[in-house]
Design a protein around this ligand. Structure first.
Ligand SMILES: NC(=O)c1ccc[n+]([C@@H]2O[C@H](COP(=O)([O-])OP(=O)(O)OC[C@H]3O[C@@H](n4cnc5c(N)ncnc54)[C@H](OP(=O)(O)O)[C@@H]3O)[C@@H](O)[C@H]2O)c1
Length: 255
């Protein structure tokens, strides 16, 4: 009889973009269910603060500096996981960037390249590096953090939205190819969530209020913790028949 307890005891989890926001919340959630969490982002300081907070709460975590768009650092990060832990059970591709906000046709080439590099190339090669290690360990679960913009492009966020749509398709492609090896690949599509990434919207309170009233049936932003339950489901044995799926957590935005 299954336990239905979302237990992750003994699992090794890697979260990129774990220094704050949704990634930090996911790292805390995975650790609370018993996983050892490797918290990664560009800035070691932020990751160390999250790992220390997890440890203070009785969980198990470590911090690692890794630029999610640089191949050498992605390879080194997964090599570190192999050398230190000998296995990888859970990968959360959460890091992303959105350096240009404006008409798509005005996107500078540098911003285009950076968005593709961090939001798409990075997750792809994190998966490519992680999958053989997961396969050796008997399987694993990957969650790619996309966005509602994957379905409905955000105004003035053309390239960001393109990467998120591609990320969902990447999840489906890798889900199909790796299902027989017990590796599941799914996408989380968050809606407006109260993090540094959305601070630009919070600068104009009246605009934010009317935007939420018109576009979000629940009529508020999500808190990062509200993304965690869906991720815990997707990476646990309770989701053993779920792969290539998209879970939308958006307060009704896409309705
Ligand atoms: N907030 C929303 O409304 C919303 C909605 C839909 C989807 N999402 C998605 O949710 C995910 C998390 O976003 P968030 O809102 O929590 O953003 P956030 O608060 O800005 O956090 C972004 C995280 O990514 C890391 N990061 C950024 N660039 C990186 C790079 N090149 N290499 C490694 N790490 C990098 C940051 O750490 P460092 O600065 O230390 O590198 C940070 O930990 C993203 O994939 C985002 O697209 C967010």
């Amino acid at each position: 009889m299954a336990q239905f307890d979302f237990d992750l005891s003994g699992k090794i989890a890697f979260v990129n973009g774990a220094s704050r926001g949704i990634g930090a919340a996911i790292a805390h959630g995975l650790a609370a269910r018993g996983a050892h969490v490797i918290c990664a982002s560009r800035k070691l300081e932020g990751c160390s603060a999250v790992a220390d907070a997890i440890t203070a709460d009785g969980g198990s975590a470590e911090a690692l500096a890794c630029h999610a768009g640089h191949m050498d650092q992605i390879e080194a990060a997964i090599a570190h996981v192999r050398d230190t832990h000998g296995r990888l059970d859970i990968l959360i591709n959460n890091a992303a960037t959105n350096p240009f906000y404006g008409p798509g046709a005005d996107t500078p080439e540098g911003a285009f390249d950076k968005t593709i590099e961090v939001n798409l190339k990075g997750p792809f090669f994190f998966c490519a590096q992680a999958i053989p290690l997961m396969r050796e360990g008997g399987g694993g679960a990957i969650v790619n953090v996309a966005s509602i913009n994957a379905v409905e492009p955000g105004l003035y966020q053309a390239v960001y939205s393109m990467t998120k749509a591609a990320l969902v398709n990447m999840s489906k492609a890798l889900a199909k190819e790796n299902a027989r090896d017990n590796i599941r690949v799914n996408s989380l599509l968050p809606g407006f969530t109260d993090t540094k990434m959305t601070s630009v919207f919070k600068a104009d309170e009246d605009h934010l209020k009317s935007m939420l009233e018109q576009q979000v049936p629940i009529n508020r932003m999500a808190q990062p913790d509200e993304m965690v339950g869906a991720v815990l489901y997707l990476v646990s044995d309770e989701a053993s028949y779920t792969t290539g799926a998209q879970i939308v957590v958006d307060g009704g935005y896409l309705l």
